[in-house]
Design a protein. Structure first.
Lengths: 143, 159
């Protein structure tokens, strides 16, 4: 099946074509996203899991896997304060966070919390930090 | 004029010379520069002291006047909404040692990072949720900080 393309939501200047993610689901296309999904599934046994690559919302090259938003609904979070829940997610994704993942937004809910408020939060607008970020440049130089 | 951020007064003590240096930058904004000596300390005890010097301490990209990242900006805006205008803010983009040091110290992989009374609170997501569910007002109260949103609510109720 030929991959489909869609116009990226690029501000102002040039149009960027990106693969339509929903159609090309091969792990090889998006190794980091696949790895995140697999690890969270394995360690937290979520009843609901969403993994979104939000790199295109930030000042990084097209096709990057640097900025992610995850929503994890799991009974493992019962009785845990937010910071502990987030630490569980961070721990599961330690390798990715030491690698190309530069930003990780987390929503960690119990199944009850999810059923009473089934919404995915939105990330704040990018302020272009990655453009001025020596850490990001170093990473992209290595790649 | 509200000072949205300040460096901890302790950093100016001559006793800590060699560990921290303040240097003026062109815009007149004073930034924190952490000397290389600090990064070699295994327990990061200097960071341990830094986070306790002020009730509210944030490590962000940029400054409260000019955040360089949407997530860091969210932290700044939330604190501003609650009328918290006296807190210590450290710009990790200015010093890669500080940036990695605080991640190691907190065992937290991302920036921004928020500390209340020397205790790690979380990043942008957690602060936002605390703001939305009312926990932030309570936590600020424990710090002896009266949230501006309490006054805003009272005004609403009077109408």
């Amino acid at each position: 099946m030929l991959p489909l393309f869609r116009l990226a939501r690029a501000p102002l200047t040039s149009l960027r074509l990106l693969p339509l993610r929903a159609c090309s689901h091969t792990p090889m296309d998006r190794p980091v996203e696949s790895s995140i999904r697999a690890k969270l599934s394995r360690t937290l046994a979520p009843t609901h899991l969403e993994v979104r690559n939000e790199s295109h919302l930030h000042a990084v090259p097209a096709g990057s896997e640097s900025h992610f938003r995850v929503l994890v609904v799991s009974p493992s979070f019962e009785g845990l304060p937010l910071v502990q829940r987030h630490r569980l997610v961070n721990e599961a994704l330690r390798e990715e966070l030491a690698g190309s993942v530069h930003a990780l937004s987390i929503q960690a809910k119990t199944p009850q919390q999810w059923s009473s408020d089934p919404s995915l939060a939105k990330s704040p607008p990018c302020m272009g930090g990655s453009k001025h970020d020596p850490g990001m440049r170093l990473r992209s130089d290595r790649e | 004029m509200n000072h949205l951020f300040r460096l901890s007064a302790g950093l100016l003590r001559s006793g800590t010379a060699g560990l921290y240096r303040r240097r003026p930058v062109p815009e007149g904004h004073v930034s924190l520069v952490v000397a290389r000596l600090f990064s070699s300390e295994p327990e990061n005890s200097e960071l341990g002291q830094l986070i306790k010097k002020d009730k509210v301490v944030v490590f962000i990209k940029g400054t409260p006047a000019q955040p360089m990242c949407g997530f860091s900006n969210a932290v700044v805006q939330i604190l501003r909404m609650h009328g918290v205008d006296d807190y210590a803010s450290y710009n990790v983009l200015e010093d890669q040692d500080l940036r990695q040091g605080v991640k190691n110290f907190s065992n937290w992989p991302t920036i921004p990072q928020v500390y209340f009374n020397g205790e790690f609170v979380g990043g942008c997501d957690i602060l936002l949720q605390m703001h939305q569910n009312g926990d932030l007002v309570e936590e600020l109260k424990k710090l002896g900080i009266h949230s501006a949103l309490l006054d805003a609510n009272k005004d609403e109720q009077k109408k």
